[in-house]
Design a protein around this ligand. Structure first.
Ligand SMILES: Nc1ncnc2c1ncn2[C@@H]1O[C@H](COP(=O)(O)OP(=O)(O)OP(=O)(O)O)[C@@H](O)[C@H]1O
Ligand SMILES: [Mg+2]
Length: 259
């Protein structure tokens, strides 16, 4: 469903992705792990066409459902982003506008991506928040981001991202800012949505146990390249030296299941 071919991306003169290729099948969950600066976020930014000004795509192609993403115009992106490809970030609380209620931001998001009326948008936002197991949805809609917990904000971020049943969900460390308990709950919510909507997921996580548990395939990145691919539940058996090093650098996670 998405096919990235020989992608090279620079920031100024520095190469962040080197000849990066990755194919993801429909309904698959793929996790990217790798040390800080290895290029993980750059992969997601390039897919969604949200690279910063100082970046440059040197070469490569990205096909999403047979459309060449790097050749789309702004109008095409307007239709695609949010509707067919959506993204969740590490810290939704910081992404939300602090001086506006959740309700007004959620409704604005829905109206920006659809032709629904305000009332329909309100109903849809309630429905999505309930789907994310948030209690007291009416209160949440009236709240400001600072009045909510990190876990609640993250559920709101996922609810927004999933509103239009995107075919591809990109997630950049969606659970990293949360405590272990909330992290485990959010992982379960994501898996439930994946089951229900058949959404393909490409996620970045620092948590090797989460990657091992959730993903059908895990790719290990280093210096802008993929250096190891492992299947679900096989991360801790990888023979790759670098992968072993990465696992050993996080001793308390080794082999343990956190979810
Ligand atoms: N806006 C930018 N300007 C210049 N260099 C950048 C910019 N964004 C990222 N880089 C550089 O590109 C490389 C890849 O960054 P990227 O954010 O993709 O890494 P990452 O794997 O997501 O790291 P982290 O785990 O810390 O989020 C790094 O060397 C980083 O310093
Ligand atoms: Mg990153």
């Amino acid at each position: 469903m998405i096919d990235i071919k020989n992608l090279t991306v620079n920031y100024e003169k520095k190469t962040a992705l080197k000849n990066f290729s990755l194919s993801i099948k429909e309904n698959e969950i793929v996790a990217i792990v790798g040390e800080s600066g290895s290029g993980k976020t750059t992969v997601l930014r390039t897919i969604l066409n949200i690279l910063p000004q100082n970046s440059q795509i040197i070469s490569g192609k990205i096909y999403f459902q047979n459309k060449s993403l790097l050749d789309l115009n702004l109008n095409d992106w307007q239709n695609l982003r949010g509707n067919e490809i959506a993204i969740i970030f590490q810290d939704t609380g910081n992404m939300l506008n602090p001086v506006r209620t959740i309700g007004s931001q959620f409704i604005e998001y829905i109206k920006a991506h659809s032709k629904l009326s305000k009332k329909e948008a309100l109903n849809l936002s309630k429905q999505m928040l309930k789907k994310m197991n948030l209690q007291n949805v009416e209160n949440i809609l009236k709240s400001y981001p600072f009045e909510l917990s990190g876990g609640q904000c993250q559920r709101i971020g996922i609810a927004m991202a999933m509103t239009f049943k995107p075919k591809l969900l990109l997630a950049d460390e969606p659970t990293s800012a949360l405590d272990a308990n909330t992290q485990a709950q959010i992982v379960q919510e994501l898996l439930k949505l994946h089951d229900e909507y058949k959404t393909t997921i490409l996620m970045i996580t620092h948590n090797l146990a989460v990657a091992n548990y959730m993903a059908d395939r895990i790719l290990i990145m280093k210096d802008g390249e993929i250096i190891d691919f492992v299947d679900k539940n096989k991360l801790f058996n990888s023979k790759n030296e670098y992968t072993k090093e990465l696992i050993n650098s996080i001793p308390n996670l080794k082999g343990k299941r956190y979810v």
